[in-house]
Design a protein around this ligand. Sequence first.
Ligand SMILES: Nc1ncnc2c1ncn2[C@@H]1O[C@H](COP(=O)(O)OP(=O)(O)OP(=O)(O)O)[C@@H](O)[C@H]1O
Ligand SMILES: [Mg+2]
Length: 194
Amino acid sequence: MTAAEGTNRGGYANVQGRLYVMVGPPFSGKSWWVRHRFESTFGVRPAIVVPDLLRTLILGNTGYSEVDELVWANVHVTIKGLLAAGNHVVLDACNLRDHQRRKWARYDPVFVEMLTPLAVALERARACGMVDAEGFIRRGYDQWDKAKVQASRQRMMYYGITPESASGSASVAAGHGVDAGPDVSDHGQGAGVR
Ligand SMILES: Nc1ncnc2c1ncn2[C@@H]1O[C@H](COP(=O)(O)OP(=O)(O)OP(=O)(O)O)[C@@H](O)[C@H]1O
Ligand SMILES: [Mg+2]
């Protein structure tokens, strides 16, 4: 059985796909990992939901927190519909706070957390010429409630991704999705890919 075929749907009988919730501060590499590593890790091709793109579509700018409620209401409807139609779905957003992630618990999600050190994120921003992103990135790191703690408490599936495992230099044991070291724990039921 693969992670995508997990059996615990958390009581949501009409949901057939699996929800993967990315977690990590800005520039930690979430979008990169979804694009380059997701399929080889989980063996499924997901629909990718990116709230920042929706925010841009609505207002042409990602900076308006006033529309957050509208954006997230749309994200929720979209994800629910995609899951019900049998798609596997990735939510590509920072999801740094416990309360932001808790609302997805009903879908029995898999958390994929980028364990990227601050210095690496800052270096990536510099390499992209985004020198003024430093404050924004630091704020993200300051706000971060680690999903690993929440996953453990609430018995949810969890994968921790280090820069080494993302780049492929860390060993990835056969049958294990990523980084089968201490940062990976499976709290879900019936999920075989770890
Ligand atoms: N494992 C990696 N190896 C090399 N470059 C990477 C890696 N991960 C991310 N990057 C680069 O770092 C930058 C930031 O990555 P990415 O956009 O994926 O971050 P993010 O977590 O999605 O950020 P945001 O929250 O702002 O959307 C990009 O230029 C990306 O190409
Ligand atoms: Mg991104």
